[in-house]
Unconditional design. Structure first.
Lengths: 113, 115
């Protein structure tokens, strides 16, 4: 069975601070895919990034960066120089060959001006 | 153009009623999903259809019946609504269920409140 743990329930920061969201996953499959989604206060779910299990390269996209480490089964997400618009719930998710996304519980990020 | 749309956005109803939520995607995807998000924001898959055929049914009560008239539509019908059915229901689609690397595109959600 697949499992995704996001241990941080809520994080509150002041604008321009960096914030790192932790994601730890469990799976016995050797081929798997990791995702991050953002759910802003408006409620929709927005895809941010996908990583496959064979690609441990870190990725940077603007102020967002992701650190994938198979050795610790982690796929952490950092927002650099946070802004109020980054306030949202962020979900880490895992997909294997059972064709469904297993989501973590989500981390609520609040960025205060 | 909205990629994945759901109607209605809000649904308030009494216990025991039957209601439906409609979902349509214009992305040309083969696979559609229904997820339930509870009051603690936890997201869990309920169903998945690939080209009108059911491929995932996650031990959902049989009061919930998905219907896919064609691959662009996946509707969710709920009979005998209960208080515990109150949640936000998300529809999603992806290109191909045989490719778990495909990201899923989500609809805006339907907030169901059962009184």
């Amino acid at each position: 069975a697949q499992k995704v743990t996001q241990a941080q329930t809520e994080i509150s920061v002041v604008e321009k601070e960096d914030v790192t969201l932790d994601c730890v996953y469990e799976t016995r499959d050797t081929t798997y895919y990791l995702f991050w989604y953002k759910q802003p206060p408006s409620g929709e779910l927005v895809f941010l990034i996908r990583r496959n299990s064979f690609d441990e390269q870190n990725e940077i996209s603007g102020r967002y960066s992701w650190n994938f480490q198979k050795s610790t089964s982690s796929f952490n997400f950092t927002i650099t120089a946070s802004q109020v618009v980054d306030s949202a719930v962020y979900f880490c998710a895992l997909s294997v060959n059972d064709y469904k996304l297993s989501f973590g519980a989500g981390t609520t990020v609040t960025v205060r001006a | 153009d909205t990629a994945v749309s759901q109607t209605p956005k809000y649904l308030v109803t009494q216990m025991g009623n039957d209601k439906s939520i409609k979902c349509e995607q214009n992305l040309g995807h083969d696979t559609m999903y229904w997820y339930k998000q509870d009051s603690k924001k936890f997201l869990k898959i309920m169903f998945s259809y690939n080209n009108k055929e059911l491929i995932i049914n996650e031990t959902v009560p049989n009061r919930f019946s998905p219907k896919s008239p064609d691959k662009a539509h996946l509707n969710l019908h709920i009979n005998s609504l209960e208080l515990g059915d109150s949640a936000v229901y998300f529809c999603a689609s992806s290109q191909d269920h045989l490719a778990p690397y495909n990201e899923q595109f989500f609809g805006p959600g339907t907030r169901l409140t059962v009184l």
